[in-house]
Design a binder for this molecule. Structure first.
Ligand SMILES: [Zn+2]
Length: 159
């Protein structure tokens, strides 16, 4: 099984290559999408990719993994996910695995938001994060891409 470090090295290499490709192809992208949208979409895809690599990889189906460390104390929230999903089972199937983690994350977020609503209303200004919610599909594309890279890395390096 490739280590978390191997997964991250490969993911960061792909992210840098995609960034370089974006710089060279951005004028072509402007032919399809106008205004600042191509840059905004590229940033969101990159954020989805980074989030999918650092916080939400398929290996959350393990009781111990690098991503849990990145969650800090909140890593305990992923224990039920690891208990339900067998390692390299559903969570390691492209798109379906991402969907299982997205659904689980949504359930946890709704439950936590309901508990913390009085605090969130005071601390978070919705307009400050609004740009991230304008194109949720771009974030999802980045996350699915990160999962695909992870799964391909698992296949390439074996167990
Ligand atoms: Zn894996």
């Amino acid at each position: 099984m490739p280590s978390g470090r191997t997964h991250r090295r490969i993911a960061w290499s792909i992210l840098v290559a995609a960034g370089v490709a974006y710089v060279f192809l951005r004028s072509r992208l402007n032919e399809f999408v106008s205004g600042d949208a191509p840059f905004e979409l590229a940033v969101l895809v990159a954020l989805g990719f980074v989030g999918g690599t650092v916080l939400l990889p398929p290996d959350l189906d393990l009781r111990r993994n690098d991503a849990l460390r990145n969650w800090g104390l909140l890593g305990i929230l992923w224990r039920p996910y690891a208990a339900v999903f067998r390692h390299r089972g559903l969570s390691h199937i492209p798109i379906i695995g991402t969907a299982t983690r997205a659904a689980y994350l949504a359930l946890v977020a709704v439950a936590l938001a309901a508990l913390a609503r009085p605090v969130l209303d005071v601390v978070i200004d919705p307009s400050s994060v609004g740009w991230m919610t304008r194109h949720p599909l771009a974030l999802l594309v980045g996350w699915v891409a990160a999962d695909w890279v992870h799964i391909r890395t698992d296949s390439a390096f074996g167990s």
